[in-house]
Design a protein around this ligand. Structure first.
Ligand SMILES: Nc1ncnc2c1ncn2[C@@H]1O[C@H](COP(=O)(O)OP(=O)(O)O)[C@@H](O)[C@H]1O
Ligand SMILES: CC(C)(COP(=O)(O)O)[C@@H](O)C(=O)NCCC(=O)O
Length: 272
């Protein structure tokens, strides 16, 4: 049995998990993530936070057999992460990028070097869960919506500001708009400024997903699954369930698509 340590460094949060080779990236049980965590990606910039994190991970985890990471938060963030574990210096840190080949999934992106490592890993993670036409929605700092065909082809996707970014950019760039706050009652058209912002940004995100499904259908890839992952996935899912849009009944929250993709990649690399 091998122990894999996986890191997904996003623009807001760094997520990690340790998994065993006897487990399976297609497993949907919560206990799959028995050893996992997240911290602010910015905290990697602070020597004090780095030491705390290094202590925590090293004390709670035996030495892994392999480490894989995907980073879209800049080279320095990845370097800072790797500096945490000098005691594991004999291990190779395997960096996964948008250009990393994976048997069974292929992207049509014009320059895969430019495809976000997290988007590519998320698509591979989605493929571990489903072999049908799927929309992969990662709702973090940015929201990304990608079309993965049943044939394993990534037909491209969209990048939108994430939900928080949409809301906060209104406050930052206008004279009269406040930072909006979500409450349980909001739905439909807003009758005050706060609700108009919350519902408007929800509508932009859900509308984009619905539109993506419509285009996929026109491309003869009718969507059978919609996976929602990322820090705002649950909020988007709740908005869908409130009936803001009736056509997204397929949408479901899925944990750790990027980590699942890194894991699938390690398994495939070990076999070849
Ligand atoms: N504890 C938290 N700290 C910061 N953001 C959080 C937290 N929990 C949920 N969020 C939301 O999740 C988003 C970050 O999600 P995540 O998927 O980790 O993004 P990224 O991959 O871009 O770092 C934030 O923009 C925020 O809306
Ligand atoms: C779109 C992203 C900013 C999303 O990052 P995240 O919200 O997960 O932090 C990231 O995947 C990225 O920098 N992509 C590179 C450009 C591209 O995918 O075309």
């Amino acid at each position: 049995m091998s122990l894999y340590l996986l890191f997904d460094i996003g623009n807001t949060r760094m997520k990690w998990a340790a998994v065993e080779s006897t487990q399976n990236p297609s497993d949907r049980q919560k206990k799959l993530w028995a050893y996992s965590g997240s911290v602010s990606s910015k905290s990697l910039e602070s020597a004090e936070h780095r030491t705390e994190l290094a202590d925590y991970i090293a004390k709670t985890l035996p030495k892994p057999d392999a480490i894989a990471f995907a980073c879209v938060a800049g080279n320095q963030a990845a370097k800072n992460l790797q500096s945490l574990f000098p005691q594991w210096s004999d291990l190779t840190w395997k960096e996964f990028t948008g250009n990393t080949p994976f048997n069974g999934v292929r992207t049509l992106y014009q320059d895969p070097n430019k495809l976000g490592a997290d988007r590519w890993a998320g698509l591979i993670g989605a493929r571990a869960l489903s072999s049908t036409n799927t929309l992969v929605v990662n709702s973090g700092t940015a929201t990304t919506i990608d079309l993965l065909g049943a044939n394993g082809i990534h037909y491209g996707g969209w990048i939108l500001p994430g939900l928080d970014l949409m809301q906060s950019s209104l406050q930052t760039n206008t004279a009269q708009l406040p930072q909006a706050h979500r409450s349980a009652e909001q739905s439909g058209f807003g009758l005050n400024t706060n609700d108009a912002i919350i519902a408007g940004c929800d509508a932009a995100q859900l509308g984009a997903i619905e539109y993506a499904a419509q285009i996929a259908k026109e491309m003869n890839h009718p969507i059978e699954r919609i996976y929602l992952d990322g820090g705002s996935a649950k909020i988007l899912h709740q908005a869908i369930q409130k009936g803001l849009t009736s056509n997204l009944g397929l949408a479901e929250c899925v944990d750790g698509l990027v980590l699942r993709g890194l894991w699938s990649w390690l398994i495939q690399s070990e076999k070849s």
